[in-house]
Design a protein. Structure first.
Length: 255
């Protein structure tokens, strides 16, 4: 288990003076990359082996969004490895121990030159990260209500409305062009930037309690993305397609 502490900055806030969803994701990314660097399997190691960890999905549950200037602790740990897939749990809590946000995630270990998954994760990385119990099996340890287990969503996000041609409650906002500021060290759109694209087309005052994302394809400099926004009974679904209608990202926001 790895952690670091921080204080919620003005630059990390949504308009309601609380930590934004994108900032939450940035904290989670920072935490696991800090762990990689501190255990000698960070960017230098990955570059030498021409590999990277690519996020395939998030499920983030917001119990209470941290407020401006609030001191918080961000925690992460590896919670499963199978072939080229790694599972990772996350938690944000107050310095006093109040749980604020938790997340489940899956990551693929990928050869960046060939654009394909590696057969297995190197032993050095598995040993560096260790292996611990997933957060959904240790709620009581962190003061999270056991009823949260009933809120964890299973299965893929349903985008059957696209195949059916259902136009009810669907809008297609303007396209988005990927610029240099959206890229990370792997030269494709960063996970948080993808989510920033999705949240930018939601109603300005909308806030989510449960967020899911499925990352389908990478986007690079100059790519054009075409958002689709679908209102649901519980919130919104956002799909980002390329010009050939290949799905790049699927997000579900639940109130």
């Amino acid at each position: 288990m790895y952690s670091f502490t921080s204080r919620v900055r003005y630059s990390e806030l949504a308009s309601d003076k609380k930590l934004s969803l994108v900032s939450i994701i940035n904290y989670f990314q920072d935490c696991c990359t800090f762990e990689a660097e501190d255990t000698d399997v960070g960017l230098k190691w990955l570059n030498q082996h021409r590999t990277a960890w690519m996020l395939t999905n998030w499920q983030i549950h917001i119990l209470r969004r941290p407020e401006y200037c609030e001191e918080i602790e961000i925690i992460t740990w590896a919670s499963g490895f199978k072939f080229f897939i790694g599972k990772r749990s996350f938690l944000i809590r107050t310095i006093g121990g109040e749980p604020l946000v938790y997340a489940l995630s899956d990551w693929a270990y990928v050869n960046v030159d060939e654009g394909r998954p590696e057969k297995n994760v190197p032993d050095k990385e598995i040993e560096a990260y260790g292996l611990d119990t997933p957060i959904e099996k240790r709620f009581s340890e962190f003061g999270i209500s056991e009823t949260e287990a009933d809120q964890i969503l299973k299965g893929k996000i349903d985008i059957g409305f696209l195949e059916k041609g259902d136009s009810n409650d669907i809008s297609r906002p303007r396209s988005i062009i990927v610029s240099g500021e959206h890229l990370d060290t792997n030269q494709h759109v960063n996970n948080a930037q993808y989510v920033n694209f999705a949240t930018s087309i939601l109603p300005a005052d909308y806030r989510t309690n449960i967020f899911r994302a499925e990352y389908k394809m990478q986007s690079k400099l100059g790519d054009k993305l075409y958002p689709i926004l679908k209102a649901t009974d519980n919130g919104y679904i956002v799909v980002l397609n390329d010009e050939n209608e290949n799905v790049k990202l699927i997000c579900e926001f639940i109130s």
